[in-house]
Design a protein around this ligand. Structure first.
Ligand SMILES: [Zn+2]
Length: 155
């Protein structure tokens, strides 16, 4: 792909998240999906990919509760959470913040994963307001893509 033809993929991705649309890039050669989007294909090395809207649903691959050093107060204010690898229904795997609901769900989550249980998750974007540059007063509003256990909603 020529440089002058490149799209601002990061902006398009975040604009999508804000609208509840989860955009990836699909390789026009092998069909692999890059998510979060990437202009080239990391599976076969092909240079052409096209936009594809994903379901925003997947299954949990792994899950860890944050330690003191990487616990984020702004996340804890929303709901109990951990960090997890999520395999989207369309195939790509990436790590996200995963809201996990009540402590009774978290207990045994890793054991259930090790036992091979499929634990469903869905996209849960959260609103953020952060400085445009660290330490400066000007702020920007954006949506951070997090996930949530399906069963956290049912509970
Ligand atoms: Zn490919």
């Amino acid at each position: 792909m020529l440089l002058e033809n490149m799209e601002p993929v990061v902006k398009k991705f975040y604009d999508g998240v804000a609208e509840g649309k989860y955009l990836g890039r699909k390789c026009t050669e092998c069909g692999a999906i890059e998510f979060p989007p990437h202009l080239g294909c990391n599976t076969c090395g092909h240079g052409e990919t096209e936009w594809v809207e994903l379901s925003g649903h997947g299954t949990l691959v792994s899950f860890v509760i944050p330690g003191i050093q990487n616990d984020k107060p702004y996340l804890k204010e929303i709901a109990p959470y951990g960090y997890g690898a999520v395999e989207l229904d369309e195939g790509p795997i990436y790590t996200f913040v995963v809201f996990c609901g009540k402590k009774k769900i978290v207990k045994g989550l890793q054991e259930r994963l090790h036992a091979g249980e499929k634990i469903g998750v869905h996209a849960k974007p959260i609103q953020r307001v952060t400085p445009v540059k660290p330490g400066e007063p000007e702020t920007i509003e954006w949506s951070e893509l997090c996930f949530e256990l399906d069963e956290a909603v049912e509970a």
